[in-house]
Design a protein around this ligand. Structure first.
Ligand code: ZN
Length: 674
């Protein structure tokens, strides 16, 4: 017999239970704001908690960088509106003030004047006149953060009125439309005034050495501007562009070094510091390699200029940070996937010449996010796969994570909101979703991140950027299809990754329903699809629908005038996923720009206007928000009388508005114009 001793009367405050936790905290425009739990934070060691605390601080210090990257007026707009919100003495219950508040909440959600997802400029509901009156009512010191020396409130109003109210100025943050100059027509701030797309392409083509098998990530951490008619890079680094914020990030990282879990992690953080100090992209690659090879630390982080979705040419990276720690239990699932990576590669339905002979270093883990920041906040990804440099991935592998406390928040907030009742064809699909949607969704993310992005190879000499503006969509489609194809494989049940051989149908149905119909809830009437992940999902769904039409693999059925997706043959659907994966892999491996363009333009971009109108109408009746963002928990140091840190406390009580106003005070070191 074994005697189990229970730790009795534990005094530690535990994470609130799911049923006692309020996930939804705010709602405005098309947004719902959720809160997420950080389970097991209390069970970390004091040193680990302290490490997380410093990394969190380093994460929050980068917030303003992203605002400035997204548009050069973003900080001016945010700071002006925040001052109005905090200091306005007129009628705070008026409709106009309420509309200004909603606009400010949207600015926080988008990290600027553009929607975080559609990337369209927000249309304010308050008037120019109200804006002018409100700004003029403020005292000079209340505008100190925004006024340049010698500037008056009138100058500020004149400057910001077109930025906020003129729909023709900066209409899009990142323009992906075919046939125009993508740099000149994008509202973001990665390129200086008057810099054109051909100039940028020539500038970097000139830098790249086609025979370099370990190229740096050209242009990743700089703004390209024209000075005296010549193009120059202004590098984001200590002493360079954004130095005020980067110095503070470095300060917190230096504290983090002192409490690192082990020497390897210490080296990782030190080399990130050295990258921030030099701005040297070779140092960035050294850091990335050290980071991807650190698999033993429980605490981990992303901090820096990372993803390039915001640059229409996919070179310049937005600033982001996620601090996290390993979820040991759930990580076993992804370890099973990684352990079998070679089997998946060998059995994939792509042309053998595009397969990797040896899939290397696919590491995978499930993590618990402790803080979301920069381009991961308030809207956040549910999985991360880094680093992005192809040659580092090939030689050193990549780290792939699923953020399960975030998916938990999404799932819990969605239970019983009427969506499945409205859009799913029958109780069969609904029951399957109830039983398996959560687990298949997590598994699809795991397969997408752990195996999908890392699978396949480029043929020798193929430029990794050959697909240009279509690259992101094609790459996301490749990763999604890899996951979809394998979800239905008997091997998945054999490995214990799914409990039932029918379970995958839950993910298949939801994927097709989303790609053909329900993701249109995120698109404004009359608009096309722009965002890479949405394009990828419609591309896949529309392609398999068309190719399976003769066999009625998928049907769009009508009932009482409403359209539904019906999947008739799940096995044939799997075969179609495999066929499209083979074609997408060929395009990627050979750098077939024309082929990629044709696929994306034919399936991924255009929207069926009649169906769109119907979906929006049905969705509207449910009164749900199509997008979600998050508030972070608040961490505070507990010290004893001598000033020694004895604990790090976590609390879940800060609301959306208070959080942003506090961040704007505590973590706002950049000048309004940079
Ligand atoms: Zn992806």
């Amino acid at each position: 017999m074994t005697t189990v001793l229970l730790a009795c009367g534990s005094q530690k405050s535990a994470t609130p239970a799911i049923e006692d936790f309020t996930y939804s905290v705010d709602k405005f425009a098309d947004i719902e704001i959720l809160r997420y739990r950080v389970p097991d934070f209390e069970s970390l060691s004091l040193k680990q908690k302290e490490l997380i605390y410093y990394l969190n601080q380093a994460a929050l210090e980068g917030r303003d960088i992203l605002y400035d990257q997204n548009n050069k007026y973003n900080l001016a707009v945010r700071r002006t509106l925040e001052s109005v919100y905090e200091n306005y003495k007129g009628d705070r219950n008026s409709e106009q003030f309420g509309q200004l508040t909603t606009y400010l909440k949207r600015v926080w959600m988008g990290n600027g004047i553009h929607h975080h997802y559609s990337e369209d400029k927000f249309t304010p509901e308050f008037t120019k006149e109200f804006f002018a009156e409100a700004v003029k009512s403020l005292k000079a010191e209340e505008l100190a953060a925004v006024l340049l020396p010698g500037e008056t409130a009138d100058d500020l109003i004149q400057q910001l009125t077109p930025v906020i109210f003129d729909p023709a100025l900066y209409p899009k943050r990142t323009n992906q439309a075919d046939g125009v100059d993508l740099i000149l027509t994008s509202g973001n701030n990665y390129y200086g005034e008057g810099v054109t797309q051909p100039e940028v392409e020539a500038f970097y083509a000139n830098m790249k050495d086609p025979n370099d098998s370990t190229p740096i990530s050209y242009g990743l951490n700089s703004k390209l501007v024209k000075e005296n008619g010549k193009l120059v890079e202004k590098t984001y680094k200590v002493g360079g562009l954004y130095t005020q914020a980067i110095e503070r990030i470095v300060g917190w990282l230096e504290k983090a070094v002192t409490v690192a879990e082990n020497d390897q992690q210490k080296e990782v953080i030190k080399s990130l510091i050295s990258f921030y100090k030099t701005g040297d992209l070779n140092t960035y690659d050294e850091y990335s390699i050290k980071w991807v090879e650190d698999l033993n630390s429980q605490v981990d982080f992303v901090n820096g200029f990372t993803e390039t979705y915001g640059d229409p040419l996919g070179m310049k990276a937005s600033w982001e940070s996620i601090v996290n720690f390993k979820n040991v239990e759930a990580t076993k699932r992804t370890q099973t996937i990684s352990a079998n990576a070679q089997w998946f590669e060998d059995n994939s339905p792509i042309d053998p010449k595009f397969k990797k002979e040896k899939v290397k270093g696919v590491s995978a883990k499930v993590i618990t996010a402790a803080i979301l920041a920069g381009d991961c906040y308030p809207a956040t990804p549910i999985g991360v796969n880094l680093p992005n440099a192809n040659w580092i991935r090939a030689e050193h592998g990549s780290k792939s994570v699923t953020i399960e406390n975030i998916t938990e928040a999404y799932d819990q907030a969605s239970l019983g909101n009427g969506f499945a009742e409205e859009f799913m064809w029958s109780d069969t699909e609904r029951q399957r979703a109830k039983d398996f949607a959560s687990i298949t969704n997590n598994l699809h993310t795991d397969l997408h991140e752990c195996l999908g992005h890392g699978s396949g190879k480029l043929l020798p000499g193929v430029d990794p950027d050959a697909l240009k503006a279509y690259g992101s969509t094609i790459e996301e489609a490749r990763a999604d299809l890899f996951g979809l194809y394998y979800m239905a494989d008997p091997k998945i049940v054999e490995l214990g990754l799914l409990p039932d051989k029918e379970a995958y149908k839950a993910e298949y149905y939801q994927f097709i329903m989303n790609g053909l119909m329900t993701q249109l809830t995120r698109i404004q009437p009359g608009k096309n699809i722009e965002e890479a992940h949405m394009r990828n999902r419609q591309l896949i769904a529309a392609w398999v629908y068309e190719k399976g039409k003769a066999d009625k693999v998928i049907e769009m059925k009508k009932r009482d005038g409403e359209t539904f997706v019906v999947v008739n043959d799940y096995q044939k659907l799997r075969t179609l996923f495999g066929q499209l994966l083979a074609e997408i892999q060929r395009i990627r491996s050979t750098g077939d720009f024309e082929g990629g363009k044709k696929l994306v333009e034919a399936y991924a971009v255009k929207v069926d206007q009649t169906l769109h109108a119907e979906v929006l109408d049905r969705y509207k009746k449910l009164n749900l928000a199509p997008y979600r963002g998050f508030v972070n928990p608040v961490y505070s140091l507990v010290k004893d009388a001598s000033g020694k840190i004895t604990d790090v406390k976590i609390s879940y009580d800060e609301n959306y508005v208070d959080q942003h106003l506090r961040y704007s005070k505590e973590y706002s070191s950049l000048p309004t114009f940079n």
